[in-house]
Ligand binder design. Structure first.
Ligand SMILES: CC(C)(COP(=O)(O)OP(=O)(O)OC[C@H]1O[C@@H](n2cnc3c(N)ncnc32)[C@H](O)[C@@H]1OP(=O)(O)O)[C@@H](O)C(=O)NCCC(=O)NCCS
Length: 197
């Protein structure tokens, strides 16, 4: 069983260990709400997450929430997500509503599909009808996660800053939640169902 947990001080050790694993495996880091820039200042990161909630939308800020995807049986952080609740022009072009990651030792088990399902529930809670996500064309696991949750391919293009081919996807939030609820609801802890509807 899995749940989204809002970061707190109690998760400090687990969160830092989560990030360390990405460095250990030389993995790209995504969807962590900047945690990797606060390794010496977890408390400062928690404050930043509070500031991230500010509803003002500008080219420097959008309201966002960051979650740990926690496996209930051992209380391990297996993934994270960063959900942008509104998009500025920059994120409408590149980045989109949801960033996510699964720790290297827990990949290939379907966990990111659970992560995205829970992310879509958060989108729904905040009135986002259509979630925009993108990924490097080479990142098959990410593209397949989106497709597995009902993502519709929109376009691909060359992105100069990253020098990568980027693919854009749109996910109709309510339609996908309806379509995949039987698959994913049984994997979500009851606690989660009470907090995120
Ligand atoms: C992308 C990422 C989150 C995927 O996590 P994951 O838990 O391994 O993904 P899942 O096990 O849920 O698999 C999702 C889909 O990708 C497929 N997949 C998983 N690993 C794959 C791989 N290495 N190559 C190709 N497909 C893969 C799965 O088969 C599944 O597709 P399916 O339902 O059609 O079978 C993870 O690799 C990661 O954290 N990468 C680094 C950060 C990152 O790239 N984030 C995304 C930025 S856009």
């Amino acid at each position: 069983m899995f749940k989204y947990v809002v970061p707190t001080i109690e998760y400090k050790e687990k969160a830092l260990e989560y990030i360390q694993e990405f460095y250990q495996y030389h993995s790209p880091i995504n969807g962590v709400g900047g945690l990797h820039k606060y390794l010496e200042d977890y408390e400062g990161w928690l404050k930043k997450l509070e500031e991230d909630k500010n509803p003002t939308v500008s080219e420097n800020h959008v309201p966002a929430q960051t979650f740990f995807l926690v496996r209930e049986e051992d209380n391990r952080i297996v993934g994270m997500s960063n959900i942008r609740l509104a998009l500025n022009e920059r994120l409408k072009q590149y980045g989109g509503h949801i960033g996510y990651s699964i720790r290297p030792t827990e990949r290939g088990k379907g966990y990111n599909k659970i992560n995205l399902y829970l992310g879509l529930k958060v989108c729904k809670e905040h009135g986002i009808e259509e979630a925009f996500l993108d990924c490097d064309k080479e990142n098959l696991a990410s593209a397949r996660t989106m497709i597995a949750l009902g993502g519709n391919f929109v376009r691909e293009y060359y992105h100069e800053p990253t020098k990568k081919i980027i693919q854009d996807y749109l996910i109709p939030v309510q339609e996908s939640l309806n379509k995949y609820q039987d698959l994913y609801e049984p994997m979500i802890s009851k606690e989660e169902k009470q907090t995120v509807k």
